[in-house]
Design a protein around this ligand. Structure first.
Ligand code: KIV
Ligand code: ZN
Length: 511
């Protein structure tokens, strides 16, 4: 048995399914690109039958990245799902169809209203159909962790005989515990006659906070693929967090003896990207990628760290690309220093992108004396996120204070059209800016959430603003960063409005 674990990322499918986390195609492409750079082995890009938008995104990802990593599309055990997944993946040299069908007695009785024999027959026919269209087939008996073991053995064995090359054992409702899930995987290894012809995979949800522990237990029992998401994004309490599994395997290599192909230095950057796009903020004390993950406050810890960092540190922040508040660069730092810092943060950019970023850096260093790693990470995110935006901010002016009516005057530009200018009043300068943006773009949304935080330390630190807006029962997120929080607010709100506009352009106003 190999000691190399296949990392199957489902941020764009299971993660994207969670409420408020939907992404548009350009955003999915951006995340897929970051996952390729991270080194994941399989990207589950979506569920092509679910909507034209899902199909388009899977197809775009398959076309762009299908020669660099395996792109996977999900399908129920239905002919039309399988054909649609195959069509979306068609142009990817490395592609996989993932078919699933529930097997637990609860799902058989209440959801599918099918008996065991019908389930087996449907699973086999579907795997065979998919196999005729694609060599690499994954089969998932949904709710496997609550399925009778003898029936699970039968379904898995027949799915492999029909052509499945990976058998995934989902803990769909996050019910399993580590020892029990270990036993399920061990049981399959022992009792499925043809198990050596397929890779066993784990897929754990975090309803009891056990998704990562269960995934690691599955690997101990012999699974060699693990399904996971960035930041543990996913339905309800989420899926197993990729960064936690990868760093557990790496940090405890002495115990697990397993490796992955992940470039761990990119973990924090991908985490920030996904959080910025979905608006799903990472809790401060989240393992690996939380802001406090490497903070040592207690005096006794600090003392130990100063003597020898391994007294209290089991991982080095730089190994996960952690961008803290290290003072790194200032106005007089040259191109070399800036390029070095980008490399240290795990970013390789081409010469054009580097020139743009360096200009941004100089502009920022003019405004604030000390530029931190977190500022540089924000510059990179700003540049990467730019092309999809239709409306761009040209200028902003606000006036506010006690005894006066807060007013905002803005100029925006949409493509090659002439600059549009308008003004509005509001409860405060931010409210006035939001009203003016709404008037100019003509996009009416409801603001659901507005948050500001400081990206580093000090009075001149950049502020990061996150907004969540509601349009036609769908939520859209935007992020803006600036040393001026009114400007950051305008950029964040405009980003969200741009997403609404792109959504309307793609799917119509009532989609
Ligand atoms: O949780 C689950 O069962 C799933 C399947 C589609 C694999 O996401
Ligand atoms: Zn799932």
């Amino acid at each position: 048995m190999t000691d190399r674990v296949i990392i199957f990322d489902t941020t764009l499918r299971d993660g994207e399914q969670s409420p408020g986390c939907s992404m548009n195609t350009p955003e999915k492409l951006e995340v897929a690109g970051a996952l390729v750079e991270l080194g994941v082995d399989v990207i589950e890009a979506g569920f092509p039958i679910a909507s034209p938008g899902d199909f388009e995104a899977v197809q775009a990802i398959a076309r762009k990245f299908g020669d660099r990593t395996t792109i996977c599309g999900l399908a129920r055990c239905r002919d039309e799902d399988i054909d649609r997944a195959a069509a979306a993946l068609h142009d990817a040299p490395r592609r996989r169809i993932h078919v699933f069908l529930a097997t637990s007695s609860i799902h058989r009785q209440y959801k599918l209203k099918m008996d065991k024999a019908e389930i087996v027959q449907r699973a086999v026919e579907s795997v065979e159909r998919a196999k005729a269209l694609c060599d690499d087939i994954e089969f998932s008996p949904e709710d496997a962790a609550r399925t009778e073991l003898d029936f699970l053995v039968e379904v898995v064995e027949k799915a492999i005989a029909a052509g499945a090359t990976t058998v995934n054992i989902p803990d769909t409702v996050g019910y399993a515990t580590p020892a029990q899930y270990f036993n399920v995987i061990s049981h399959l290894k022992k009792n499925v006659a043809n198990i050596s012809q397929a890779v066993i995979s784990s897929h754990c949800h975090d309803d009891l906070g056990l998704a990562v522990a269960n995934s690691l237990a599955a690997l101990e029992a012999g699974a060699r693929q693990v399904e996971c998401t960035i930041n543990g994004l996913g339905e309800r309490a989420g899926n197993a967090a990729l960064e936690e599994i990868v760093m557990a395997l790496r940090t405890r290599g002495d115990y697990y003896g397993l490796t992955t192909g992940i470039n761990t230095k990119r973990l924090c950057a991908v985490s920030r990207l996904v959080s910025g796009i979905t608006g799903m903020q990472v809790q401060r004390n989240k393992a690996i990628v939380g802001r406090n993950a490497f903070a040592h406050e207690a005096g006794i810890h600090q003392h130990g760290m100063l003597q020898e960092r391994t007294t209290y540190e089991i991982m080095r922040p730089e190994d996960v690309g952690f961008t803290g508040t290290n003072l790194v660069l200032g106005k007089h730092s040259g191109r070399h220093a800036f390029r070095d810092r980008l490399a240290h943060l795990g970013f390789t950019v081409d010469d054009d992108k580097f020139d743009q970023l360096f200009d941004d850096f100089i502009a920022l260093a003019d405004k604030k004396k000390d530029v931190y790693d977190s500022d540089i990470a924000a510059l990179i995110e700003n540049r990467t996120a730019e092309p999809a935006d239709r409306w761009k901010l040209v200028s902003l002016h606000t006036s506010a204070g006690t005894g006066s009516v807060p007013t905002a005057t803005l100029e925006l530009k949409k493509g090659d059209e002439p600059v549009c200018c308008d003004a509005a009043i509001g409860d405060g300068p931010v409210d006035a800016v939001f009203h003016a943006l709404g008037r100019i773009t003509g996009i009416a949304v409801r603001l659901l959430n507005y948050q500001v935080r400081s990206l580093s330390v000090g009075k001149e630190a950049q502020g990061e603003v996150l907004v969540e807006v509601l349009y036609n029962n769908r939520t859209f997120h935007g992020k803006g960063v600036s040393t001026d929080i009114i400007l950051a607010s305008a950029l964040a709100y405009l980003k969200a409005l741009n997403k609404v506009e792109a959504h309307v352009a793609a799917d119509g106003p009532h989609a």
